[in-house]
Every structure is written in structure tokens, then in C-alpha cells.
Design a protein. Structure first.
Length: 365
């Protein structure tokens, strides 16, 4: 009788740990949401909330300068506040279940982008409790199976017609590896620039990166001229981007897409890697009997900004973020995520957001 091969000794992969029905989808557990904005009550001339027909305060979208996290797990939100600043609190208007939230002081957070369904993008039309009435890719509607109607509405709206019914909806799933839990955090945006940029990253860059590469999810402020009703206006709006503190040569070499860059670039990279080693004996690598720990990301050189569920130009206004509280610079992770030290010149939110647009004039609120 022949013994079955040992997967470790003989190099054979172990049997799969699961069996599954082939025509059913798989999904990542959602631990929470990453948001680029919030909603606040609309106030009248006497600084009182404006109420709707049901006696509830009317809300408007505001764009936040830092990441906001929401989750049904209070522990995760509390830990996010310890890492990236902010005050954790219950989310009173949560759409599902009991949730907590924190508006951090971080302009970027460290993430891993899993390759499986990292980014999805559709034109969507939602009808409240009825769910999605349309979900199409620009050609065909998944809900009705008919030709996409959102495409024609997009063309009408771009030429100055009626407002579009469908929203461009882009969803990004990332792992926040500094927070506990097995699953992903989801970012949903309806903005053109965030949506097209994230899809471009998933198409052109992600396949060439090493699996589970450590990256950065940033909020960047953009200015673009937009024509509204025949008038040219300059809008400020947030854009979600994926970035890294590594060079493209290092990223692609780690993903085995190409060899390390030759010549002077390789020498500079080797010296930088050698400097990261405590013993100064060479670039970081696998240690005998232990795993490899990638170097920590350096702090960003410039702060960034953001906006609500939507980052479409002109939606909402830029919110004035809370000034850093005294003693914050010593908090864990403060120096690593674009958190300005208390009282630092040139890094206040007023200085960050109230710059005049190119060519002079006032910023549109």
C-alpha cells in the first residue's frame, strides 16, 4: 500500500478547504465604509434648522478634508480614532442597524487592494425601498436585460439638457490592515474623476503588482473648469486615488513584471534599502526563521481633501475641519498620515482650502 504524498515534503498543494456550487457568486465580508463626506442640517437666517414636511431637518452634503469611517463594530471605530485621530461617536442617521462613525484627521490610510472584484462600476438608478431600477454598463441593463437607457440620458445631460437620472457608481473594496477583522472596507463614489481613475488603476496597474501589496488610499483636491448653463466656472472637488511610497520599479519588480531597474536608479534604490536596515548590511529581505516586514510608509508631503458620497464638481461645500487638539501630535500614527501638528504654520484647514483659484477671484462655495 502506497502512502499518500505529504504536501509539505513532496511540494504538493493541499486539498482545497472548501467545496462550492459553481454558479453561485462569492463575496467579501464588509466591515465598514470609507466616506469622503457627510451631511449636515440646513440652517435659516436665525441659525435654526430648516424642517421638511415631516418635521425633520433638511440636510445638505458637505465635503470633508479627511477620511470618515463608519461601521457596525464600535471597537473598529475606536481603534481607527486612536490611529488616525478624531472623536468616535454613534451614527444617529445610519441607514442600516446600529453604527458608529469617526471623522479622522488622516488624508490617507494604508490599504491592501484585493484583486478579486476590487473595483466595480455601473450606471445605477435607485428607487428607494424598491432597490436598483437600472444597473448598466453603458450598453446593456442588468436589471431589465434591455438596452441601457442611462447612456442616452448621459448624452442629453452633457449637452445641457435635463439632469441625469442614473448615477455613475464606482465601488472600491480595500483591506485596512491596521484594523481588526477579516473582510474589506468599501468606498462608494459617484464622481467622474474618482470613478475613472480607480477603474484605470484596476485595469492598468493592479494586475502587475504583487498580491496583497501595501498601498495608500488618498484624498486629493482637484480644480476643474466646468460649463454650467453656458457659464464657465471653476470647481473644487475631492478625488480618491491609490498611491504608494515606492517607485514604479520597486512595485513592478515585486510583482515580477520586470527586473529591478538598472544603472544609477538601482544604486540609489540599494542605498535607500540599505538605510532601512538596522544593521546597515544590505537591503531588507527574509530573515532566517521569520517573515519579511515591508518598510513603513513615510508621511505624505502635501495634504489632500475630499467630498461626500459624491465627488462630482459643485456638490456641497468644503467643510472646515476641526483644529488639531492639544496633545494630538503624540498620538499613534499622527506623523504617518498627513496629520498636521497643533499650531503648525501653513497647515491649518483655512490655509488649505481657502486659497484663491488660479488667475485670482474667489472660491465658489
Amino acid at each position: 500500500m502506497t502512502a499518500e504524498p505529504d504536501p509539505v515534503v513532496d511540494g504538493q498543494p493541499p486539498d482545497p478547504a472548501y467545496t462550492a456550487v459553481k454558479d453561485l457568486p462569492t463575496w467579501w465580508r464588509e466591515l465598514g465604509r470609507l466616506r469622503m463626506g457627510d451631511r449636515e442640517p440646513i440652517l435659516d437666517g436665525r441659525n435654526r434648522p430648516v424642517l421638511d414636511a415631516h418635521g425633520r431637518p433638511k440636510l445638505r452634503v458637505i465635503k470633508l478634508p479627511r477620511w470618515r469611517l463608519t461601521s457596525q463594530d464600535e471597537q473598529r471605530i475606536n481603534l481607527a480614532a486612536q490611529l488616525w485621530g478624531g472623536t468616535p461617536e454613534p451614527w444617529e442617521r445610519a441607514p442600516e442597524g446600529e453604527q458608529w462613525q469617526v471623522t479622522t484627521r488622516a488624508t490617507w490610510v494604508p490599504v491592501i487592494v484585493p484583486r478579486e472584484a476590487a473595483v466595480t462600476q455601473k450606471y445605477e438608478l435607485w428607487t428607494g425601498p424598491g432597490g436598483a431600477a437600472r444597473r448598466c454598463d453603458g450598453e446593456w441593463d442588468e436589471v431589465s436585460g434591455a438596452e441601457c437607457l442611462c447612456r442616452d440620458e448621459q448624452e442629453v445631460d452633457q449637452s445641457g439638457g435635463t439632469a441625469r437620472a442614473c448615477k455613475l457608481t464606482t465601488r472600491l473594496s480595500v483591506v485596512l490592515y491596521d484594523l481588526p477583522g477579516m473582510g474589506v472596507w468599501r468606498l462608494e463614489t459617484h464622481g467622474f474623476w474618482s470613478g475613472t481613475g480607480l477603474v484605470s488603476f484596476a485595469q492598468r496597474m493592479l494586475p502587475h503588482l504583487a498580491p496583497m501589496e501595501r498601498l495608500q488610499l488618498r484624498i486629493e483636491r482637484k480644480r476643474r473648469p466646468v460649463t454650467v448653463k453656458g457659464k464657465r466656472q471653476l470647481y473644487e472637488f475631492p478625488v480618491a486615488v491609490i498611491d504608494s511610497d515606492k517607485t514604479m520599479g520597486e512595485l513592478l519588480a515585486a510583482g515580477r513584471a520586470l527586473a529591478p531597474p538598472p544603472g544609477p536608479v538601482a544604486a540609489i534604490a540599494a542605498r535607500a534599502a540599505n538605510d532601512r536596515r538596522p544593521d546597515g548590511l544590505g537591503p531588507p529581505g527574509p530573515q532566517a526563521g521569520g517573515p519579511t516586514s515591508p518598510p513603513e510608509a513615510p508621511p505624505p508631503t502635501a495634504p489632500a481633501d475630499e467630498g461626500d458620497p459624491d465627488d462630482d464638481p459643485g456638490l456641497g461645500r468644503w467643510a472646515d475641519a476641526e483644529e488639531p487638539s492639544e496633545g494630538w501630535p503624540g498620538a499613534p500614527g499622527a506623523a504617518d498620515h498627513g496629520v498636521p501638528p497643533a499650531g503648525a504654520p501653513g497647515l491649518t484647514d483655512d490655509a488649505l482650502f481657502d486659497q484663491p483659484p488660479p488667475g485670482g477671484g474667489r472660491r465658489r462655495l
